[in-house]
Design a binder for this molecule. Structure first.
Ligand SMILES: NC(=O)c1ccc[n+]([C@@H]2O[C@H](COP(=O)([O-])OP(=O)(O)OC[C@H]3O[C@@H](n4cnc5c(N)ncnc54)[C@H](O)[C@@H]3O)[C@@H](O)[C@H]2O)c1
Ligand SMILES: [Zn+2]
Length: 364
């Protein structure tokens, strides 16, 4: 018997459950029936995911009398546009989907963000279920209800908070994920250990080789614990007023590096991996934590196969890119700083402190 994990996301009347089960995809029909899904279901996915899994999904849901209407997007970030959302809405309208109908988001974070946003505005909100297929999507983007698309002036600039009806996770689908995508997702997993749970961090240290080999029990445990931590944080602060910002650890520098590389040289998780180490180093520089904390983070990031060193950009460029991030408030960069593994605090970062740290770190 494969273990079934359920993780509650407690958000009053918007509460839902995350179900994690190896082999779930082949049983998706029964999972939907169990949730009283009937009639037509829109299955939003991308071409690559469709090639691997659309047949399996269609077969299982048809067996339960549900009719899939596939909506297949081009893979990758380039699809995260209002134009794509419009194309999804066109299909929903043409097939006369109703508010009570259900949309499935079958894919990575791009599919989840686009499909979730389309669901949030179609007839002022139709039900949707996340079926995430990348590690990033299983541990991060499918949980928490942030949906949206990019604008030419900024990433994720347009969107809404809209919670799914359920999140259904099959860790076995991660087997077909390209290695680079898999490793990038590990940065988010390591982040959860640093911000909230030292024993999870130690588990990751110990089982990193098994995790890299995708041993199913280890993958399921890691996905479950990551979802629990994200769900706990999101439940405390659905709309990112304060507490939810701790999820941004590693992302202040990470987002800046991603943007400076034109979203080409580093994928998101790779940039976050560097951010995890460098923001700890910056925390140490400010006296928030010991060097031992920085080195533990550096070791695990490297063990996961992620980079830990800053690419060489002028410090003024990095600072400017950090100020550009939409999580900056009133022109101030609010940093998330570890005090030890499993505990972080938030405090503003001064430009002079950043410059001094950067100059010092580039000479060592
Ligand atoms: N909403 C949120 O809270 C949140 C959080 C984190 C990230 N995001 C967003 O998520 C996006 C990144 O998501 P991502 O990393 O999943 O990227 P992605 O959705 O682009 O997927 C990466 C690639 O993997 C392919 N793929 C997906 N599942 C596969 C599988 N099982 N086997 C083989 N190939 C597969 C996809 O076709 C794609 O080419 C970004 O746009 C980011 O802004 C959103
Ligand atoms: Zn991230």
């Amino acid at each position: 018997m494969t273990p079934i994990f359920t993780v509650p996301v407690s958000l009053a009347e918007r509460s839902y459950e995350i179900t994690i089960r190896a082999g779930l995809l082949e049983k998706l029909g029964s999972e939907l029936k169990h949730r009283a899904v009937k009639g037509k279901v829109a299955v939003v996915t991308d071409r690559r995911v469709a090639r691997h899994y659309l047949r399996t999904v269609s077969d299982t849901i048809k067996r339960y009398g549900i009719e899939p209407v596939p909506i297949i997007l081009a893979p990758g970030e380039r699809s995260k546009t209002l134009k794509t959302v419009e194309s999804v809405l066109d299909v929903l309208a043409r097939h006369r989907f109703e508010r009570s109908s259900v949309l499935l988001a079958l894919g990575g974070g791009v599919v989840g963000d686009v499909a979730g946003f389309a669901a949030s505005i179609y007839q002022r909100g139709m039900s949707y279920i996340q079926v995430p297929t990348t590690l990033v999507a299983q541990v991060d983007s499918s949980v928490g209800g942030k949906t949206g698309v990019d604008h030419r002036l900024g990433k994720n600039l347009i969107g809404s908070f809209f919670q799914p009806r359920a999140v259904l996770i099959d860790p076995l689908v991660l087997r077909t994920l390209p290695t680079r995508e898999w490793v990038a997702g590990l940065a988010e997993v390591i982040k959860y250990g640093i911000i909230a749970d030292e024993s999870f961090f130690s588990y990751l240290q110990r089982y990193m080789p098994d995790l890299l080999n995708q041993v199913p029990k280890v993958v399921s445990t890691v996905v479950k614990r990551s979802c629990e931590i994200k769900a706990e944080v999101v439940s405390m602060d659905e709309r990112e007023s304060d507490r939810r910002r701790i999820l941004n650890y590693g992302h202040t520098i990470g987002h800046a590096l991603e943007a400076l590389g034109g979203y080409q040289s580093l994928v998101h998780g790779e940039a976050v991996g560097i951010g995890l180490v460098q923001e700890a180093d910056l925390a140490c520089f400010q006296g928030w934590c010991s060097n031992e904390v920085v080195e533990r983070i550096r070791r695990i990031v490297k063990a996961a196969g992620l980079k830990d060193q800053m690419p060489r950009w002028a410090s003024s460029k990095i600072w400017k890119a950090m100020l550009h991030d939409k999580k900056v408030s009133e022109g101030r960069v609010i940093g998330v700083w570890p005090s030890r593994i499993g505990e972080v605090r938030m405090a503003p970062l001064e430009e002079q402190v950043f410059n001094r740290w950067y100059a010092a770190s580039q000479t060592t």
